[in-house]
Design a protein around this ligand. Structure first.
Ligand code: GLV
Ligand code: MN
Length: 225
């Protein structure tokens, strides 16, 4: 409570309820900022770089800009991880530009793994369509939360946390994931650490993992392009 004296000498007492401050409109806490127009089909070829893509002129927008069939095809899982992520982000589907949402298709062969990774700009949710997967989430306090999912079951990954999906069934697994960012980004831990360009110095990795350089060399060789 606060008390002030006005010019006529009358005392005006008023209460400043701190709780009232909390009722004021709060800034958006979504991952991407809210759009300022109905749509802004991203001109992903533009030479200008802003926080998102410039909008394609509305006169050039057609129905096709609002549809995307890039997630309809099964991805090729013939790679060392036995999994493939097909992105439905703003780069693949410019109609998502500024809308703060996107999706992925994740195909995982039996025994395959979508390796530990995190999304710096988004929380993720997903639904398993086919197969049986182990989903794991590791917190900043190094606690692992995990569960084996069957078709129709969903999961959620809080923004920025490391997570993985492993196919623990006999069949191919198909997952659709969704994000609260038009470009969530992905930090894939093994690739980030062992396949960066230029590469992370061996001394950093031997110290970080407490192993000999031969071990680091072997891991790096697995990811050499
Ligand atoms: C799965 O974790 C994905 O990022 O699509
Ligand atoms: Mn993910």
């Amino acid at each position: 409570m606060a008390t002030v004296k006005n010019q006529s000498g009358l005392y005006v007492q008023f209460t400043v309820c701190l709780i009232g401050l909390f009722l004021l409109p709060l800034p958006s806490h979504s991952s991407d900022p809210d759009p300022l127009q109905d749509f802004c089909i991203g001109d992903t070829k533009s030479a200008f770089s802003v926080n998102g893509f410039p909008c394609k002129p509305a006169i050039n927008v057609s129905s096709d800009d609002f549809f995307f069939d890039g997630l309809s095809k099964e991805g090729n899982t013939s790679n060392p991880f036995g999994s493939i992520v097909t992105p439905g982000n703003v780069l693949a589907f410019p109609g998502l530009n500024t809308l703060g949402i996107s999706m992925n298709r994740v195909d995982v062969a039996p025994g395959g793994l979508n390796p530990p990774h995190s999304h710096p700009r988004a929380a993720e949710t997903g639904v398993l369509i086919n197969g049986k997967i182990l989903v794991g989430i590791i917190t900043t306090g190094n606690v692992l939360y995990s569960k084996i999912l069957n078709p129709g079951q969903m999961f959620v990954i809080p923004k920025g946390l490391i997570h993985f999906e492993m196919n623990v069934g006999e069949e191919k697994a198909l997952i659709f994931t969704a994000f609260n960012s038009h470009l969530p980004g992905a930090v894939v831990v093994p690739l980030n650490l062992f396949a960066s360009k230029p590469s992370v110095p061996d001394g950093v990795l031997t110290k970080a993992f407490q192993v000999e350089k031969t071990v680091i060399d072997e891991i790096k060789s697995k990811f050499a392009a």
